[in-house]
Design a protein around this ligand. Structure first.
Ligand code: PAF
Length: 281
């Protein structure tokens, strides 16, 4: 049975004996509805730290007013089982009032990186992410924390915040885990009806085609325009398809530095994001 705590006090009490024994602690923050992508984060933590703590907290601060906070899946018992099987040592599952008690007002502003791409479509989202991640890291004070490359912009924002605020944690980035047809695993995939789930596999396939065309030296603007057309032709509404500098997310006009292709689409009411590395030449 996975040891579960719900308060900052109990979290710190559970961590104390490990700390006193000189054991290293890895931390995997999640919003639950766990899949193999999350389990890859647990694996990555277990490879480098003695103890692994996961958190499950559906963070209201990162949901917009028209987003799916109320219907976000919360299969806590299943999640606990998966975490225990994956070798996680402790689950921190606080209630909203523990994280945002009455009168809570301080928020982190991650700056311009939070206003582009996902941030342009979801205003306030990354402030909510950065605020909760800062709180969770300060509550657990782990040696390492693990984030998936699937949420690439989130990863860069957290990296920047940790550096800017001198939070003493080492960050691990874990490659995206994909289904057999290439679709990046995401808790939101569960919202896709079977026909749309099948259709969704064209999204990573089109991204991959763009990556291959970049590797052949094709004109970046043309590849992106064609990619956009192909996404629309495949039945998606494309929010963006952009080639960005992999380190700063500034627009990439050439491939002298490593790039990242980032895309966001909608199929019906479901919004999916994905990204792939584009090697510099
Ligand atoms: O990636 C997520 O699941 C969330 O954004 C995170 C990092 C757990 C913060 O709520």
């Amino acid at each position: 049975m996975l040891h579960t705590v719900n308060s900052v006090h109990d979290l710190r009490a559970a961590l104390l004996p490990w700390r006193e024994a000189g054991e290293t602690v890895g931390f995997v923050p999640t919003m639950g509805a766990l899949h193999k992508g999350h389990l890859a984060l647990i694996d990555a933590s277990r490879k480098v730290t003695k103890r692994t703590v996961a958190s499950i907290f559906v963070n209201p601060l990162q949901f917009g007013p028209s987003e799916d906070l109320a219907k976000y899946p919360r299969p806590l018992e299943e999640d606990k089982k998966l975490l225990a099987e994956a070798g996680c040592d402790l689950l921190y599952a606080p209630e909203p009032a523990e994280i945002y008690p009455e009168g809570f007002i301080t928020k982190i502003d991650p700056g311009p990186l939070a206003t582009i791409l996902e941030g342009a479509v979801r205003p306030g989202h990354f402030s909510g992410v950065a605020t909760v991640v800062a709180k969770l890291l300060l509550q657990a004070m782990p040696d390492c924390a693990f984030f998936g490359e699937k949420d690439y912009q989130q990863l860069l924002i957290v990296r920047r915040m940790v550096r800017d605020l001198n939070i003493p944690v080492h960050l691990g980035a874990v490659p995206t885990v994909r289904d057999t047809d290439g679709l990046a695993l995401s808790s939101r995939n569960a919202y896709l009806p079977p026909e749309q789930r099948k259709q969704a596999a064209s999204f990573p396939a089109i991204l991959k085609e763009c990556v291959n065309l970049f590797a052949e030296g094709r004109d970046i603007g043309k590849v992106l325009a064609e990619g956009h057309e192909r996404l629309t032709g495949a039945g998606f509404k494309c929010d963006y398809l952009e080639l960005r500098d992999a380190g700063t997310l500034a627009p990439a006009h050439d491939l002298t530095l490593p790039g990242r292709l980032l895309g966001a689409i909608r199929i019906g009411s479901v919004r999916l994001i994905d990204n792939m590395p584009v090697n510099g030449i």
